[in-house]
Design a protein around this ligand. Structure first.
Ligand SMILES: Nc1nc2c(c(=O)[nH]1)N[C@H]1C(S)=C(S)[C@@H](COP(=O)(O)O)O[C@H]1N2
Ligand SMILES: [Mo]
Length: 198
């Protein structure tokens, strides 16, 4: 069906648009994803990609061997190489990436509990946490997390997805994955984690 004809047919009501994009979560409705910019399963590691590393301008910095994750808390400042993160206790979780663009895909994540890193930096369990990406510009380059999300045992600094090292486009060397948060807040290409002053 031609897009224009279809639009005329449904009157392009907002309700119809929502119904169509919501269909991206369900395979049976896949043919009706006329307005959704991604197709479920497209992209590396069978996961859609919102913004690629190239689009975010991080292809160099994300692969740089000098990369360190900086964690700043009341108790001090720590830096971790990716290998050091990988040697810490790892937690696994099946959690969705749910994008406001209308797709949601579950994946199997593996990484370090954010709470563990915060504890090592002496952060208070009542603090709001700010996370910043290597990405230097753009609305999704940083996020803040309320304490109950930051210390959720399933909130991970993820190093792997679906059994493999994170693809560059999914946030290598490390990204946040937390339960119950919209995709925009699942920050990729992490650079710094900071306990905000109370
Ligand atoms: N640094 C950064 N992180 C980001 C984004 C971004 O543009 N920059 N996009 C977010 C959005 S909108 C979504 S839906 C998810 C998508 O993650 P994925 O590309 O690994 O599927 O990443 C989030 N994390
Ligand atoms: Mo998104």
């Amino acid at each position: 069906m031609r897009r224009r004809a279809f639009l005329a047919g449904v009157g392009a009501s907002a309700a119809a648009l929502v119904a169509l994009t919501a269909g991206q979560s369900f395979d049976a409705l896949a043919p009706f994803n006329l307005f959704a910019p991604r197709v479920k399963g497209q992209g590396p590691q069978a996961l859609p990609v919102n913004r690629t590393a190239a689009q975010a301008g991080v292809t160099e910095t994300a692969r740089d061997t000098a990369w360190r994750l900086e964690v700043r808390g009341t108790g001090g400042r720590r830096h971790y190489t990716r290998d050091e993160l990988a040697r810490l206790p790892q937690t696994e979780a099946v959690l969705p990436i749910a994008c406001v663009e209308g797709w949601s895909t579950r994946a199997h994540w593996r990484g370090v509990r954010l709470g563990d890193l915060l504890e090592h930096a002496g952060a208070a369990r009542t603090s709001t946490i700010r996370l910043e990406s290597l990405q230097s510009r753009g609305p999704y380059r940083a996020t803040t997390m309320p304490p109950h999300v930051a210390w959720d045992p399933l909130t991970l600094v993820a190093l792997e997805v679906n059994g493999a090292v994170l693809d560059l486009d999914h946030g290598y060397p490390a990204r946040i994955i937390a339960p119950g948060r919209p995709g925009v807040l699942q920050t990729k290409w992490l650079a710094t984690i900071e306990e905000l002053p109370a």
